[in-house]
Design a protein around this ligand. Structure first.
Ligand code: ADP
Length: 256
């Protein structure tokens, strides 16, 4: 538990630092972009080409800083529990469009409601990041399976999780897989094996932070040339109907 607390604290301070830097950079990049666009109107030939390059680099910088700001903005989730199954169903179209036509997306949701202690935006971020990574691991197409289940864990089965009921999210691809070197560093902020225009290395660090905030775990199983499976376990929030000594639910008076 100490290790988890230390990791969370480290991620948090890193997030704050990253957020501050990203914010300042964003302002500087806005100036660069504006000026480049302004001057480009009167430029021609080589100068116009160079300005286009400046503009592209500044735009790429902005995409990076907005990712950074997303990473930094994580605060403890408060408020309503959210159903993992609704989140998966709700995100399915977006995920399908994101991975493109050469990859098949299969979503299977469990029959049970799976209320978890986080929020919809965070679940979307988890899904999007994992599915984008799966896509990037399958340049020649393939299959991404997103699956949810209700699991009942006995004590000590999935350390450091206590026994109890969990919502499980599995994202599986049959892509290139990864080496043990990559697997060991996967969740580090800024660790990426992708080309600079494609990866920031913040995707899985963000996912990791969200999962920790929700008191869950994330594990990865990967074989080079075969594929990768990410498995997330999030403690089930107790539905009101099952609360001890509950039963004080009275029908809400009709509105109007
Ligand atoms: P990014 O996607 O920007 O590189 P991530 O933190 O999401 O950052 O991922 C870090 C690295 O982990 C990736 O660059 C890639 O090498 C590896 N990785 C993540 N998901 C997968 C996957 N499904 N299959 C193979 N490698 C993966």
């Amino acid at each position: 538990a100490n290790d988890r607390a230390a990791r969370t604290a480290r991620l948090e301070s890193l997030g704050q630092l990253a957020g501050g830097v990203a914010h300042d950079f964003n302002n500087l990049l806005a100036i660069i972009l504006n000026c480049a666009e302004f001057v480009a109107e009167e430029a021609s030939g080589q100068a116009a080409e160079d300005l286009a390059r400046i503009r592209d680099a500044a735009q790429r910088g902005r995409a990076l800083t907005s990712q950074l700001l997303l990473f930094a903005k994580r605060e403890p989730a408060h408020g309503e529990d959210v159903d993992l199954n609704s989140a998966v169903r709700g995100a399915k179209d977006l995920l399908g469009r994101t991975i493109g036509a050469s990859i098949t997306l299969r979503c299977t949701t469990s029959g049970d409601a799976l209320p978890v202690r986080t929020d919809r935006g965070r679940l979307d971020q988890i899904l999007l990041n994992l599915v984008i990574n799966a896509r990037d691991a399958m340049p020649d197409g393939g299959l991404v399976e997103v699956e949810t289940d209700l699991v009942d864990l006995a004590e000590g089965v999935a350390m450091p999780l206590p026994a109890g009921r969990y919502a499980q999210l599995t994202v599986r691809d049959n892509g290139v897989g990864m080496s043990t070197e990559v697997r060991d560093r996967l969740f580090e902020p800024f660790f990426t094996t992708k080309a600079p225009q494609k990866g920031t290395g913040l995707g899985l660090a963000t996912v990791y932070g969200i999962v920790l905030d929700a008191e869950g775990t994330i594990t990865v199983d990967s074989t080079p040339g075969v594929g990768t499976t990410f498995r997330i376990l999030l403690p089930l929030a107790t539905p009101p109907a099952e609360a001890p000594t509950g039963g004080q639910l009275t029908p809400a008076p009709a509105q109007g």
